[in-house]
Design a protein around this ligand. Structure first.
Ligand code: SF4
Length: 327
């Protein structure tokens, strides 16, 4: 059996925060608190959940933008979380990122030509100046931007075009995995669809794996292979797209999906309105973290933390209920 491209094992990231007089006491924000999943080559896994659930922190941990508290991040059989700088350099090439706001991640003073050439030079991918130029122009073709635009700067492009440049810059490093962190969230609906289509085409063409971090389940439904749902630093359900959208098993997943519009404008879902606010990740609830908002809570939920368990096929859920009650 081939090993997954990416394995994340019991990942934890707890951020310290100072409190009290003179900041002498330290509390922790349990941003990610024991997350495990895998991504196969060429697969899209979407990590979804409300703002603040820890999904972007997972993405940043994979990119090694900070040290993790504990757990393992393994790329193609090699650990990233404790990799030495020399190993990390190659790892960085293989895992690239597309952020939500391309404008703030593109240097406004640089021409697009230089933005795209930078990773190619940094990772020593071009054999000559001609090869570098060929690669840069090919990237513009790949993301369907005109070659003449290479001499322009980021502010001369629309939001969607800038996101194409962000994708081209990620591709320049010839990655195997791209972390898309809310990569289409700031775009208009029609532009969103174009960028998602582009990502899918590129995935097919280059065999890329995508970790698609998003709060937008309507977009996720159209482009992912599997979905992992996060709540307050933990994954509560993982399943293939078809299964999770047809029959969510976790009460939180069910509530999230109830807000997704149906393609038929005449059809309506019954929205499930969750009571209360998302609890603080500084002091998460005991037992099941969702118990303060769950419509099906019972005694066991308040004291015993449910573990992810397989229900049917490839669907995994962290809930004490064997099945959700019928409506
Ligand atoms: Fe709700 Fe209990 Fe399941 Fe948590 S374990 S989701 S509180 S039923």
């Amino acid at each position: 059996m081939s090993i997954p491209l990416l394995q994340v094992n019991d990942l934890k990231k707890h951020f310290p925060v100072k409190k009290g007089l003179f900041g002498r006491q330290t509390e922790f924000v349990y941003a990610v608190d024991g997350v495990s999943f895998e991504i196969a080559r060429g697969e899209t896994l979407s990590l979804v959940g409300e703002s603040g659930c820890g999904k972007s922190t997972v993405g940043r941990a994979i990119l090694r933008l900070f040290d993790v508290t504990s757990g393992q991040v393994i790329l193609d059989g090699q650990r990233i979380d404790d990799a030495l700088p020399s190993t990390m350099r190659q790892m960085r090439r293989r895992v690239q990122v597309v952020f939500q706001d391309p404008f703030s991640s593109l240097n406004p003073r640089m021409r697009i030509r230089d933005i795209l050439a930078e990773p190619i030079r940094n990772f020593g991918l071009a054999k000559s100046a001609i090869d570098l130029e060929t690669r840069v122009t090919a990237l513009m073709d790949t993301v369907r931007l005109p070659r003449e635009a290479l001499n322009r700067r980021p502010h001369e492009f629309s939001g969607g075009q800038r996101q194409r440049i962000g994708i081209a810059r990620a591709l320049a490093a010839e990655p195997e995995l791209i972390v898309c962190d809310e990569a289409v969230s700031a775009l208009d609906v029609s532009v969103k669809a174009q960028i998602v289509n582009l990502l899918q085409d590129l995935q097919r063409e280059f065999g890329l794996a995508l970790l698609f971090i998003s709060h937008d389940l309507a977009i996720v439904e159209h482009m992912t292979h599997r979905v992992a749902v996060m709540y307050l630093g933990k994954i509560v359900e993982v399943a293939p797209r078809r299964e999770i959208f047809a029959a969510p098993r976790h009460p939180y997943t069910k509530a999230l999906l109830s807000a997704v519009p149906l393609p038929d404008p005449g059809a309506k879902r019954n929205p499930i309105i969750l009571g209360g606010d998302v609890p603080s990740p500084i002091n998460p609830p005991s037992g099941c973290r969702f118990h303060t908002r769950c419509p099906y809570v019972f005694d066991r939920c308040r004291t015993e933390e449910p573990q992810l368990r397989s229900t049917e096929g490839e669907q995994w859920v962290a809930c004490h209920l064997d099945a959700l009650p019928a409506e």
